[in-house]
Every structure is written in structure tokens, then in C-alpha cells.
Design a protein around this ligand. Sequence first.
Ligand code: BT5
Length: 253
Amino acid sequence: QADLKTKKIGKRIEYMEQCASTQIVAHQLAQEGAPDGTVVIAELQTEGRGRLMRKWDSAKGQGIWMSIILRPDVPPHKAPQFTLVAAVAIVRAIQSVTGLQASIKWPNDILFGTKKATGILTELQSDADGIQALIIGIGVNVNQEREDFDAGVQDIATSLRLESGELVNRRELVQEILHFLEIYTELYIEKGFAPLKILWEGHSATIGKAVRARMSRETLEGIAEGITEDGVLQLRTADGKLHGIYSADIELK
Ligand code: BT5
């Protein structure tokens, strides 16, 4: 903590050997009034989760499993943009610590090739007055070897160690993620999403690619043409129509 470069994010850190999910702990702390920038971090999660209550494999001591409480003064519909802002911060942090160049698959995956090294889960606490808290969950596979992953994800997951061939200092990586997250959330609050959109596009694995977008009610195939100023994915189907995608699982074809 003493080495943090941030002004706000990480001034309060709740560090735990083990918890069910850092998201659950962070939700609880946010409700109890934990300040903007509070970070919850655990060595092991017994019930780490992804979107739609999917399981997140959180091997003990080998990844970064953390949730960050932010209290931005923005309307609730802007919450998904924070996933994109966090993704840019994580890619920059990985690059700064390991030299590795990761790419972002819209909306919440960080990849090496087609394999996933990081997932982001942004959840919201809001009421009639707007956003009370954003809980940004970040799971980074850092030092796992292939056999450390659950059998179900071994073929789709990767870690920074598998990509670089070296053990990576998790403490340093946490510091860099929080540092870039603070820089980019400040930029976002001051200037809006436009400058982040440019940075995001520079790291995107999705834009310009043929993709399949699975949504709760339908699946669409087409070319991912870009994201809007709101972070919505624009998908052009073969009939020439442009569709705005707010939430989906994207498969690169
Ligand atoms: C995500 O969901 O990618 C969001 C993951 C967020 C995890 C962090 S860890 C700290 C905080 N506390 C939590 O409990 N969660 C957050 P989604 O896009 O739904 O992807 C989930 C899918 O990724 C699963 O269904 C698996 O297919 C795959 N998966 C699970 N564990 C993985 C891992 N460690 N590495 C790569 N892929 C994984």
C-alpha cells in the first residue's frame, strides 16, 4: 500500500486470504458507506463469479482477484463504459509490468490471441438519486500454469506467466492497474468517453472483425464496425443493417 502511486484509488484496501467473492464483500462495504476508491482484494475466492452468475476460476495466490468501489457522479446508463475504461487501464498496466501486448474483446475480456487472461465485471448500486456505487471486479490470471486452471477453462484461458514465460510480481501489477485506473477514470470524468474510445480502439481485438454476438434473446453475425460514444458495439449484418449491441458474448470468427 505504501508504494501506491494513486491519490484516491486504494487509499483503503481490504486484503483477505479468502472470501466467497470480492464482489460480495465490496457490495457490502459500499452499502456501509466505504469511500470512493476502496479496494477489496483476496488471495482465494471460493465463489468467484463472472457475468450472469457464471463461475470465475480463482486459483489461490496465482491471480489478482479484486473489486474496486467507485462513486462517480454519472447517470446509471454510463456504468458499462467503466468496463471499457478499466479494460484500457489493465492492458496498459500489463504492458508496463511485463511488456506484453494484450488486446480487448468487447466488452469485458482481455486476451492474448484468442485466450482469456482477464475478465471484468462491473456492477451497480443505484437508487432514485442515481449511482451510489460502481463495483468493478477484476480477475487477472497472473502466475498460473496450464494445469492450475479448472479443466473447464484450460483450453480458453491463459495467464501472464504462460504468455511471458516468467513469474510476474502481482503486487507491482496491482499498483499499476490502480494507477492507470485512476488516470483513466479522471480523464473520463473530465473529458467524457471520447478520448477513452480512441485508446480503447487502439487495443481492440473486436473492431473490423467478423463476429457472432450471442444475446439473451437472439444471436447476430456480422462485422463489428466500432463502438459508439456510449461504448455500444455496432454490428453490421449481411443485410446491411447496423445494430447497436448493449450486452452480449462475442465470438471472434
Ligand atoms: C467475466 O465474466 O469475465 C468477469 C470475471 C470477473 C472476475 C472478477 S475476480 C474479482 C471479482 N470477484 C468476482 O467474484 N468476480 C470478479 P464472463 O464474461 O461472464 O466470463 C465468464 C467465463 O469465463 C466463464 O464462463 C468461463 O468460461 C471463463 N472463465 C472462468 N474463469 C476463468 C479464468 N480464470 N480465466 C479465463 N477464463 C475464465
